[in-house]
Design a protein around this ligand. Structure first.
Ligand SMILES: [Zn+2]
Ligand SMILES: [Zn+2]
Length: 390
């Protein structure tokens, strides 16, 4: 549409190309840049519009040097220089929703046009799901399996109702303490024994669950020994060549099942897939963070939404929290979720309060501890700051 006046900017383009783009910008030949985070720092002379697409994505915030949040910086620049700004997302972050006047574009939010089935199960792959996969493969169709994490992730929830044990002070899930006998809140440090009975339903017991791509791949290989099953995450897909190779094989139907993280949902086309299975979403819903509900729901919507666009027939979600997910996916929508979630944040968490994380690191743990104590002593005298953790 824009022809010569557009350029693509990211860290992997050659130095020569970069110079050409900068020249093009300075001379006015290039008028539109589509780029990664660093594109914001190009020498624009009269920038009129910034679009931050998929604004809910955490990768706008860099955890490495230089530490910055390109989304926040875009908002700042837009304000300072009176530039128009659009934050785009099907699942806008709760902070943006709260802070920025928004216009809801028609149909921009997720709409259920496909079948979503919820299954509850004790095991990683329930019998219902195994049967669905089996039938799909028998019909010579392909299956995609999504997991929220590649690591072999351990989390503690009730075996009956799927709820986790929450910190009484912080209202976030507690996670297993080092000694594995207690649960600890990693915000305030409160610890307690693992309760005999689940505090929510009073009938189930709190159990350890594990989930990860490698483990699921292994289980599938045992269940379907004659099928070609391939893992798709940052551990197994290390280069761009490898990525293209696997996607090619999958689209040429040399692979029957792809098991992967959210990496799977980012902009690829899968034309012969009729079944998408989402496993382990409960581990996100119960992670020890105030953002857990927002993360879990937006992740599920992103996966399910993308699946639909590519024409997957059916999406199966394995969860013990059907009520929560079904409510916002089927009976209401993400906007309702954001409105419901804000009151929970109001007393303690962003966007109402600002949070900062200070990390002390040293090869010698005692040195780090000493240094941290020094800062704790200084900071605790400041009335406007509440400190947790340490
Ligand atoms: Zn329970
Ligand atoms: Zn706490």
């Amino acid at each position: 549409v824009f022809g010569e006046s557009i350029a693509i900017w990211h860290s992997k383009i050659t130095k020569k190309k970069k110079e050409a783009i900068i020249q093009g910008l300075l001379s006015g030949k290039i008028q539109l840049i589509a780029g990664a985070r660093s594109a914001l720092f190009l020498p624009f002379s009269h920038l009129g519009l910034i679009i931050v697409d998929e604004e809910h994505d955490d990768s706008y915030k860099s955890d490495q040097k230089p530490r910055l949040n390109v989304k926040d910086l875009s908002i700042y620049m837009a304000k300072q220089h009176k530039i128009q700004l659009i934050l785009g997302s099907a699942t806008p972050s709760i902070s943006s929703f709260h802070k920025i006047p928004y216009i809801r574009v028609a149909k921009s939010f997720f709409q259920t046009s496909k079948t979503i089935t919820f299954y509850d199960s004790q095991t990683v792959l329930s019998i219902d799901i195994r049967n669905k996969i089996k039938r799909t493969l028998e019909e010579k169709k392909q299956v995609i399996i999504f997991l929220p994490t590649r690591a072999n992730f351990k989390y503690q929830v009730c075996s009956s109702c799927g709820k986790s044990v929450e910190c009484p002070y912080c209202s976030v899930s507690m996670s297993l303490h080092k000694n594995a006998l207690a649960l600890k809140c990693h915000y305030c440090g409160y610890a307690q024994q693992i309760p005999q009975l689940c505090p929510s339903c009073k009938t189930g017991i709190i159990q350890n669950f594990r989930i990860g791509t490698a483990q699921v791949e292994e289980e599938l290989k045992i269940l379907f020994p004659s099928k070609n099953i391939v893992r798709f995450d940052r551990d197994s897909i290390t280069t761009n060549t490898k990525l293209k190779e696997v996607l090619n094989d999958f689209n040429n139907e040399k692979i029957d099942i792809l098991v992967g993280t959210q990496m799977l949902s980012k902009g690829h086309d899968y034309h012969n897939v009729t079944l998408a299975v989402v496993l382990g979403i409960d581990s996100v819903l119960n992670m020890n963070s105030y953002k857990s509900r927002e993360k879990a729901l937006s992740l599920l919507i992103q996966i399910a939404g993308r699946s639909g666009r590519k024409g997957f027939g059916e999406v199966i979600v394995q969860t013990k929290n059907k009520e929560f997910f079904e409510h916002y996916l089927v009976h209401s929508d993400y906007e309702d979720f954001l409105k419901d979630e804000l009151p929970f944040r109001e007393d303690l968490y962003p966007p109402f309060y600002k949070m900062a994380k200070i990390v002390f690191a040293h090869t010698n743990g005692i040195k780090a501890q000493e240094e941290m104590n020094k800062y704790v002593n200084i900071l605790k005298d400041l009335e406007k700051i509440e400190m947790v953790g340490f």
